[in-house]
Ligand binder design. Structure first.
Ligand code: GLU
Length: 291
């Protein structure tokens, strides 16, 4: 039997909180129970918001919690060349296109369309879908704008990608923490529209880096928060058009704050460093999150 591989993949753009502790410790527990391994991946492609200080803080918090992972840690910012190779393939295969509309232009386009009585579709997070306007730009015009240094992002042509996949897509989702059974969930990448796959200066996005790394690192089990459940549809489509073997998924419950809302990195009181400074022990953290 092949070794089961789990991973915990935080982004160092803030401090870890109880929700991260739950995710990390659940991955550790499931890896241990199945005789598998746990990897740690630092998702730091956003080089403006991610800092070495946040990363050092995260590593210290995870060690304090008692998390053990297999070295080496993969740091995404050290692998831009690998993502670029994959991006270039998507460009060659015309599955992505340069999208030039600024935030203001997008807003104006949508307002204009809504004024004419058409509700503009929104993604599962409530963000309006990217307008189809520059998918139709002739190649020559795209080249001219890029040569002129017009800002742009590479967006997935979700229609073209779904046509390339050529079939309805689904992913295997574990039914509970015992990881004993899965059911198939329909992937609905179209709900997200033409998502960003790379930026002009950063040859990847969250979705692209995650699926490339999960495949490269042989991740068999992706265990992460429920907040990423429907984004899995986009990732499943990218795996399909790139010919990557999909892992199985378990999207776990979220640890909520006292107000019943999802924790965020700006909510300091649920931060692990703050809890530790206030005298909490790793066992107190485990008890609080029920692990
Ligand atoms: N880096 C992502 C986050 O911190 C998690 C990505 C994943 O687990 O797929 O939210």
């Amino acid at each position: 039997m092949t070794l089961l591989t789990f991973r915990f993949a935080p982004s160092p753009n803030g401090e870890l909180h109880l929700g991260h502790a739950y995710s990390a410790l659940l991955n550790q527990k499931l890896a241990k129970a199945s005789g598998g391994r746990l990897l740690l991946r630092i998702e730091d492609i956003d080089t403006t918001r991610c800092t070495p200080e946040f990363e050092a803080g995260m590593l210290a918090d995870l060690k304090w919690l008692g998390l053990g992972w297999q070295e080496p840690v993969r740091r995404q910012s050290e692998h831009f060349a690998e993502y670029r190779t994959v991006l270039e393939r998507l460009i060659r295969e015309e599955l992505v296109y340069p999208a030039f509309m600024s935030r203001g232009e997008i807003r104006a386009f949508i307002a204009d369309s809504e004024m004419r009585g058409r509700d503009w579709p929104r993604d599962p997070d409530g963000v309006p879908l990217y307008p189809p306007a520059d998918k139709a730009l002739p190649m020559k015009e795209r080249r001219r704008r890029i040569a002129e240094n017009t800002p742009f992002a590479w967006r997935l042509d979700v229609g073209a990608a779904m046509a390339r996949a050529g079939k309805d897509l689904a992913w295997a989702e574990f039914t509970d923490e015992t990881l004993s059974a899965t059911h198939l969930v329909e992937a609905r990448p179209q709900d997200w529209g033409d998502v960003i796959v790379a930026r002009r200066d950063i040859p990847t996005s969250y979705h692209l880096a995650v699926i490339v790394d999960d495949a490269l690192q042989g991740v068999s089990h992706v265990v992460r928060g429920q907040d990423l459940f429907s984004a899995t549809g986009v990732q499943r489509l990218l795996q399909e058009i790139l010919g990557l073997q999909p892992p199985a998924y378990f999207h776990h419950r979220l640890v909520l704050g006292p107000d019943g809302r999802k924790l965020s990195k700006s909510l300091r009181d649920a931060g692990l460093a703050a809890l530790r400074d206030a005298g909490a022990s790793p066992d107190d953290v485990r008890r609080t999150i029920g692990l």
